[in-house]
Design a protein around this ligand. Structure first.
Ligand SMILES: Nc1ncnc2c1ncn2[C@@H]1O[C@H](COP(=O)(O)OP(=O)(O)OP(=O)(O)O)[C@@H](O)[C@H]1O
Length: 218
């Protein structure tokens, strides 16, 4: 399994007192499996994604990513996992403004020492970025920026891709095109995908759906 969550709980401390956001969530994701995470606003979807990506830690329960128990990793270990095994794609594209498209695309792969010229060229072509390599993020449309963000993530060939409303900032036609590209690339690399979405239509494009209701699997 690429991702295992077992009886995971998460409580946020707020000024109004403790807020129990995840109340014992379990799921497993095998290589090449794609899963949509749906649920109302506030049901805990992003929190779950952050725990799976080692961006935050659970209060109880087990989170295993690519065979590693996150509770046994220190900050350095979690950072290593995020660089190598886990790819994150967010609604905001989070490109580096001072780097051109070519350098943005290569950034994570170089950090992780996984830069592969042939794969980089294939990603550039399949994402339709060949003519844009010398541009800077501010000179790109939203759909183009998200294609760069997807290429940057998949350049590393992560085992697990975590995506939070990856097409949430795009119009429907652009979003659908970006989604189709992301799915075909994820499937070709054999990665598993966990994607938060509000859209039942987008959820239907994935193999499975997990619905959260008030911090529990519904
Ligand atoms: N760092 C935090 N501190 C306190 N409360 C938080 C924090 N992050 C999230 N919350 C609260 O936890 C609950 C779940 O948030 P989360 O972002 O996981 O929901 P979501 O299902 O992803 O929602 P949306 O669909 O609106 O993005 C919400 O009530 C939110 O206000």
């Amino acid at each position: 399994m690429v991702l295992v969550l077992d009886a995971v709980t998460k409580v946020y401390r707020t000024s109004e007192g403790p807020l129990e956001v995840l109340k014992g969530v379990s799921l497993t994701l095998a290589p090449q499996q794609t899963m949509a995470l749906t649920g109302e606003s506030g049901s805990g979807k992003s929190t779950l994604l952050h725990l799976a990506g080692g961006l935050d830690s659970a209060d109880s329960g087990v989170v295993h990513v690519a065979g590693e128990d996150l509770a046994h990793l220190d900050d350095k270990g979690r950072a290593r996992l995020r660089r190598g095994s886990v790819g994150l794609i967010f609604q905001q594209f989070n490109l580096i403004p001072s780097l051109d498209v070519r350098a943005n695309l290569a950034f994570h792969a170089k950090l992780a020492e996984r830069y592969d010229t042939a794969w980089q060229a294939e990603l550039t072509e399949r994402l339709g970025l060949g003519a844009l390599l010398n541009r800077y993020p501010e000179q790109l449309s939203g759909g183009q920026q998200q294609r760069v963000a997807i290429g940057r993530t998949l350049a590393v060939r992560p085992k697990l891709v975590l995506a939070d409303e990856p097409t949430g900032n795009l119009d429907e036609a652009t979003g659908d095109a970006v989604m189709a590209l992301m799915l075909s690339l994820v499937r070709d690399t054999g990665a598993a995908l966990l994607m938060v979405t509000h859209s039942p239509r987008l959820a239907d494009m994935l193999d499975q759906r997990l619905h959260l209701r008030a911090g529990r699997v519904a």
